[in-house]
Design a protein around this ligand. Sequence first.
Ligand code: PL3
Ligand code: FE2
Ligand code: FE2
Length: 231
Amino acid sequence: MQQLAVSPEFDYQSETYKDAYSRIDAIVIEGEQEAHDNYIKLAELLPDQQDELIRLSKMENRHMKGFQACGRNLDVKPDMEFANKYFADLHQNFQQAAAADQVVTCLLIQSLIIECFAIAAYNIYIPVADPFARKITEGVVKEEYTHLNFGEVWLQEHFEESKAELEAANRQNLPIVWRMLNEVEQDAHILGMEKEALVEDFMIAYGEALSNIGFTTRDIMRMSAYGLTAA
Ligand code: PL3
Ligand code: FE2
Ligand code: FE2
């Protein structure tokens, strides 16, 4: 997969491409920024994991800078106002959970949902990205797996006492992800990324994470369906 030739159908300098990129790049920059802030918050909530969580937050800050450079490289100005609104619901749910000391909900939102979303999106973006962005995204996605792993390990170690809160947090936040995927469908398509592939990769990553934490296949089927039909 590493050496895939750049598809000739992508004109990275066309106005259509750059217009879509101004929103997608902004979403990713905003997502990395929020991830940075969320790991700092998690470090406060989990003092015995503080050093590790601060380390993750610093990686997120580097990711953000990488994707800002991708925009500059294509001469695109990211539409940060759009991206801010795009993340508003997940942002608010994370803030509310943090204020209520619901660390399980915070981990589900950041380390499972957002990281799986990022992993799916970045893996699908890499083969269609311009060479500069491809290199950056390849480096970033490797680190996202370690962020997902942090959440999996912690939640697996606290599975029994976290189970009910995980189910509730899943029910509250998964429908938001489906809506976010729908909202990005057209712009992603212009960049060569299909929604079906994004949904599929997200489902695989998220389902695997739930399985590693301790949920049964039956639980996972039930939990993954929330919001899918209502979307
Ligand atoms: C966590 O570390 C980062 C969270 C980022 C969220 C990414 C959402 C991606 C949505 C659209 C996919 C486009 C990928 C293209 C990259 C320029
Ligand atoms: Fe990241
Ligand atoms: Fe991350």
